[in-house]
Design a protein around this ligand. Structure first.
Ligand code: ATP
Ligand code: MG
Ligand code: MG
Length: 565
């Protein structure tokens, strides 16, 4: 695998290892976790977190857990759980370690979390507040002035315990009571101003059903889940920096009451991925789907990982991208071209070459006999002779790309126009003689003569010096295929910056479907097979719609970056 650049997280792990901070019998000194909430499909930003967490565990001989942070039952579902598991595996990562599966759910800890909450109440570190949410929010105050204590802050322990038990038993309506940690209403960290850690919700949970009507909040659940799983390095994005004091506070109190033991997990924040020309927010991605701006979560233009996969990006290319962008402590923007270049770099060496004609125009070789064919060949990959050869035929009628012919050639156009010579790649040199057009002036066919001694790979071919080199397919053998040419979904590099409406930034020209042709050798290719179509770019057979006999190709990226200004 690719050598990872050093980053501040590696430096921390190295220092922790040198200090034997997480040395425990029978456990690796690096245990990380990837903790998605199953409330949507993963996006390219999550790939950064997956590669980081699983990558660190792999590189340090540790392990990484997949943990579903499933404490908001209304928004979560098994559909999302399954898709997330699929995606992590597709990216090439495994939550098994030494034959043990480390697949966890925060909901598995509901009983334990409840008992830990009781311990905090007993120790005077938590209380039941019976005010409504708005009042609690108001009393929390603003950043530069202290908040106000709740009148319930000094409620007797027994009373809080009793209400907490009855909350669990379902005696109260939603919103009537919450459990709050008793910390500091004047803290400069808003998260420390007596955060709510439990609330009443009569919601059906996708795993625990109706067993619970109180649910713990993220800040209470996450740190304890990490501790229960004996995580060492809890890596999260920068917006959680202000929650770190709370993370440490909860765990320290639980150590004090003997519920947890040292060493405790430590949270370290890193910058989230921001990608230009993309949206990486589940809420906004959902809006694109719901308003039919795209064809579902796995639309090949979506920056969801299911969309990226369907578009044709390989797991190797996503991992390469994550290596290249690195991990830092400062927020920044990564250009979309970095992601696109990663897939070119991955596929260039391994994708077989083939010919496709996207917008077919008939080329008639007037001096070639009707009904005759001439075998031609080309390497499957120009640098890898071991990948073999492709075989196809030359004939009187061919398909060429419409864009490779011009009635009035513009300056610098070296391809087909009347009077010009070009080479048909892996075939013959031809000279264009005339063209046919319909009553609207549309070109319907092009005529040419070929030079019989100019065949590629023969000695005679050296006598022809031409500037243009175009691809083609024989009418006799070309196989028809649907070809979907995708471009970036947004035409604005920062579609959701400031108070812009990201729907206004949609690229009106991001999807073109054409009926084209591909060479006969790939007629029966399986879904999700990658190719470089000569001169056109990288393509993949669509994993949902492509069938043998009814091929559908998606363009992943062109051969070169055309967006660079
Ligand atoms: P969203 O804002 O899209 O809803 P989220 O952070 O709420 O994302 P989670 O399912 O909670 O989604 O994320 C799981 C993990 O992935 C978290 O550790 C989170 O920090 C990380 N993550 C989410 N988005 C990004 C991103 N853009 N870059 C890096 N890591 C991310
Ligand atoms: Mg989240
Ligand atoms: Mg979110």
């Amino acid at each position: 695998h690719i050598e990872q650049a050093s980053n501040f997280i590696r430096q921390k792990i190295d220092a922790d290892t040198a200090a034997a901070k997480f040395k425990r019998a029978g456990l690796p000194s690096v245990i990380t976790r990837f903790p998605p909430e199953p409330n949507g499909y993963l996006h390219i930003g999550h790939a950064k977190s997956i590669c980081l967490n699983f990558g660190m565990a792999r590189d340090y001989g540790g392990r990484c857990h997949l943990r579903f942070d499933d404490t908001n039952p209304e928004k979560e579902s098994v559909e999302y759980v399954n898709s997330i598991k699929d995606t992590v595996q597709w990216l090439g990562f495994d939550w098994h370690s030494n034959g043990v599966e480390h697949l966890h759910y925060a909901s598995d800890y509901f009983e334990q979390l409840y008992q830990f909450a009781e311990r905090l109440i007993q120790a005077g570190h938590a209380y039941i507040d019976s005010q409504d949410g708005d009042t609690i929010r108001f009393q929390r105050g603003q950043l530069n002035s202290p908040g106000m204590n709740s009148p319930f802050r000094d409620r007797p322990v027994d009373e809080s315990l009793d209400i907490f038990h009855r909350m669990r038993a379902g005696e109260f309506a939603e919103g009537t009571h919450v459990l709050r940690a008793k910390i500091d209403m004047a803290s400069s960290f808003m998260a420390m101003r007596d955060p709510v850690i439990y609330r009443i919700r009569y919601a059906h949970h996708h795993r625990t059903g109706d067993a619970w009507c109180i649910y713990p909040l993220y800040d209470f659940t996450h740190c304890i889940s990490d501790a229960i799983e004996q995580v060492t390095h809890s890596l999260c994005t920068l917006e959680f920096e202000n929650n770190r004091p709370l993370y440490n506070w909860v765990l320290a109190r639980l150590v004090e009451v003997g519920a947890l033991a040292q060493p405790l997990p430590e949270q370290t924040e890193f910058a989230r991925l921001n990608l230009t020309y993309a949206i990486t927010s589940k809420r906004k991605l959902l809006k694109l789907v719901e308003e039919n701006k795209v064809d579902g979560w796995d639309d090949p233009r979506m920056m969801t990982l299911v969309g990226i996969r369907r578009r044709g990006f390989t797991p190797e290319s996503i991992r390469l991208f994550c290596e290249r962008i690195g991990v830092s402590k400062a927020d920044s923007w990564i250009d979309m071209s970095t992601l696109e270049q990663a897939v070119r770099d991955d596929l260039d060496e391994k994708a077989p070459r083939a010919v496709a004609v996207l917008k077919p125009l008939k080329l008639i070789i007037d001096n070639y006999p009707d009904g005759q064919t001439e075998p031609c060949k080309a390497p499957v990959h120009p640098h890898h002779p071991e990948m073999g050869e492709r075989h196809f035929v030359f004939s009187k009628e061919l398909w060429i790309e419409h864009d490779d012919f011009m009635v009035e050639p513009m300056k610098g156009f070296f391809r087909l126009f009347v009077g010009n010579k070009v080479r048909l790649r892996h075939g013959f040199v031809i000279e264009c003689t005339s063209y046919d057009s319909d009553e609207h002036g549309n070109v319907t066919a092009v005529h040419a003569n070929y030079y019989a001694d100019s065949k590629s790979g023969t000695e005679g071919s050296n006598n022809y010096k031409v500037k243009g080199n175009i691809h083609w397919l024989s009418n006799e053998s070309a196989v028809s295929a649907e070809i979907r040419v995708y471009d970036r979904l947004f035409s604005d590099a920062h579609p959701d910056a400031g108070d812009k409406d990201f729907l206004d930034a949609l690229n009106a020209d991001s999807k073109h479907i054409s009926q084209g042709y591909v060479e006969s050798g790939i007629a029966n290719v399986a879904a999700e097979t990658h190719f470089q179509f000569e001169r056109l770019g990288y393509f993949v057979t669509d994993r949902v719609d492509s069938k043998s006999g009814a091929l559908v190709f998606n363009r992943i990226v062109g051969l070169k970056d055309v967006w660079q200004k």
